[in-house]
Every structure is written in structure tokens, then in C-alpha cells.
Design a protein around this ligand. Structure first.
Ligand SMILES: Nc1ncnc2c1ncn2[C@@H]1O[C@H](COP(=O)(O)OP(=O)(O)O)[C@@H](O)[C@H]1O
Ligand SMILES: [Mg+2]
Length: 298
């Protein structure tokens, strides 16, 4: 089984190694490599998850294509063979797990859309009955479906520092009114369309995070990853019930295992048993196959 934990190439410069993805500079383009790394409680685990990188890359590709009428995206191709400036040996070693994208100037905000009350939004709601300055009715339960999806931006914190939720006026200060409004509108439409499609396949997208950038002509472009299990909360529709936290569609086996240990959630993380790795891998593949209706290209 080919599991990629860390990519290492001569001849193309690495610009960023994220928790899961390794990003290389190809001049006008970037090469985004989805490894099989997995993180839980914000810590990268020592094991890889078979197929995870391909699943993530191809779920993003699926959504960029499906949602392209709503907004321009940065994807150029996931078929790397013969891409100018990309050595053939690198291209063939990455089949299915990497994407060439157009380089953009990223906006300094994370664009989160929530259809359900969970995570930091649930915490904020319990404290203030509002999220990012948006008031909500009293008495909502944890994981409740919201009447309309909420746009709840956050700062994009560098290296290790946690993102902070901000209200819309603070976002306006960062990017200007016109762009802030456009991004809010586009993010909400992307989420609504994707969530409706996913729901038909039995997956609830509780919330998701988009990133946008500006291209050379200062036009808005959807960048980064799109509606993957790493950038979103996926729940199984079957078994959904407000009034408490929901099981993660993809990471629940990992979380359950880690919570069964006495680990302080600080690195280094403990190794995962084979059984947990296998079941988690199956969930990622299932997410891909349900969302796209296609068998995973391996
Ligand atoms: N088309 C693009 N142009 C420029 N930067 C991009 C583009 N797509 C994604 N990025 C940036 O690449 C980085 C990806 O990092 P990521 O893998 O998410 O690591 P981390 O775990 O540190 O968040 C983000 O900072 C994102 O803004
Ligand atoms: Mg990121």
C-alpha cells in the first residue's frame, strides 16, 4: 500500500508544509500535494491513512468543478503528466493526490459557513446567544440545524496560533466592504449548493471553511481546498440528532481511540492501531464515493 507521509522533491521549491498538505512553487502555479497525514485535536498523528490524500484531493476537484458556475476557482489540473515545468518522475509519483493551481494573493480571512450549531459557534452561542456578532434565538440545542446558513469569518492565524472568530465589520476592515460582501454572498451560495447535494447522498456538511484569493486582475477566486472532510465537519445523516455533539463521519474512530488513552493532546501523538487506520481509511473512501457517485481513482 503506498502511503505518503511526507513528500520530498529535488528541483521544485517547497513553499509550505501544512498539517496535511505539502505545497511547491512552480512559478505562476503552485503544486498542492495531499499527503496521507491525519491530524486530530490539532496534532498530526504518526501514522498515515491509506487513500486519504487522494480522497481529499479528488473531493476538492469534484467541488471546484461542480460549483464553478458560482465562482472561479484556482484548479488547473489534477492530471500532472506532461505539465510544463513539472518533472515527469514527480508527476507520476503523485498520481491522483496533487493539484496544479493558479497562484493567487490570499485574502487574510477564513470564510466559514455554518448550517448547524457546533464547535466554536456552539461555545459562543452558549455564552452570548450570538455568533460572530449575529444574534440567534434562545433555546437552540447543540448541533441544531440553523434556519439559514451563517457566514462566520475568522482571522487566518500564522503557525500554531488558533484562528479567532470575527464579526462582519472586522472583516470589512481587513478587506473592504465590497469584497467582504461579495465573499459572504459567494461563500453562502457555495455552502448551500454543496450541502444540498451532499444531503441527498446521506452526508450532512455541518460547516465548512473556504479561502479566497485575488488573481492578477484582482478578481475573486476560490483557492485552497473545497468542502473536504479536513476543511469541514461531515456528519452522517443517519443517526443525526440535535441535543449533543455528533459523530464525525471521517475521524470518529481516531478520536474515540485517542480519547480512550490518557494522552494530553500535545505532540507527540500516540500511534494508531491497524484496525483504527483501516476503518478510518474506509470512511474517507466512502465519503468520496458517496459525494461524487464515482469509484476512487487509485
Ligand atoms: N491558489 C493559491 N494561491 C496562493 N496561496 C494558496 C493558494 N491555495 C492555497 N493557498 C495557501 O496555501 C496554504 C495551505 O496551507 P495548509 O496546507 O492549509 O496548511 P496549514 O495546515 O498550515 O493550514 C494556505 O496558507 C493557503 O492560503
Ligand atoms: Mg489551512
Amino acid at each position: 500500500m503506498d502511503i505518503l507521509l511526507r513528500s520530498e522533491f529535488q528541483g521544485i521549491p517547497l513553499v509550505h508544509r501544512g498539517k496535511v498538505r505539502d505545497i511547491y512553487d512552480l512559478g505562476k502555479h503552485l503544486l498542492i500535494v495531499a499527503t496521507d497525514r491525519i491530524s486530530a485535536f490539532d496534532v498530526v498523528l504518526p501514522n498515515g491513512i491509506p487513500h486519504k490524500g487522494r480522497v481529499l484531493n479528488q473531493i476538492s476537484a469534484h467541488w471546484f468543478e461542480t460549483l464553478k458556475e458560482i465562482v472561479t476557482h484556482h484548479m488547473v489540473t489534477i492530471h500532472l503528466e506532461g505539465f510544463p515545468g513539472l518533472p515527469r518522475s514527480i508527476a507520476s509519483s503523485l498520481s491522483g493526490r496533487a493539484m496544479v493551481v493558479q497562484k493567487a494573493k490570499p485574502l487574510p480571512v477564513e470564510c466559514i459557513v455554518r448550517g448547524y450549531l457546533s464547535g466554536s459557534a456552539w461555545n459562543e452561542y452558549q455564552e452570548k446567544e450570538s455568533i460572530c456578532g449575529i444574534s440567534l434565538p434562545p433555546g437552540l440545542k447543540e448541533s441544531a440545524k440553523l434556519d439559514t446558513p451563517l457566514f462566520t469569518p475568522s482571522t487566518k492565524a500564522e503557525g500554531g496560533i488558533h484562528d479567532e472568530n470575527i464579526d462582519f465589520p472586522s472583516m470589512v476592515e481587513k478587506v473592504g466592504k465590497k469584497l467582504a460582501e461579495e465573499v459572504r454572498e459567494v461563500s453562502t451560495r457555495l455552502y448551500q449548493q454543496a450541502a444540498a447535494l451532499a444531503e441527498k447522498r446521506g452526508i450532512l456538511i455541518a460547516d465548512t471553511k473556504f479561502e479566497f484569493g485575488l488573481d492578477e486582475g484582482n478578481r475573486l477566486m476560490l483557492i485552497d481546498e473545497a468542502l473536504t472532510p479536513d476543511s469541514s465537519r461531515f456528519w452522517s445523516q443517519e443517526g443525526y440528532g440535535p441535543g449533543g455533539p455528533q459523530k464525525s463521519f471521517d475521524k470518529q474512530f481516531v478520536r474515540d481511540y485517542l480519547l480512550s488513552l490518557r494522552w494530553d493532546k500535545k505532540p507527540p501523538a500516540p500511534a494508531l492501531p491497524e484496525e483504527v487506520i483501516r476503518k478510518t481509511s474506509e470512511k474517507y473512501v466512502e465519503a468520496y464515493e458517496r459525494l461524487t457517485g464515482k469509484a476512487l481513482e487509485r
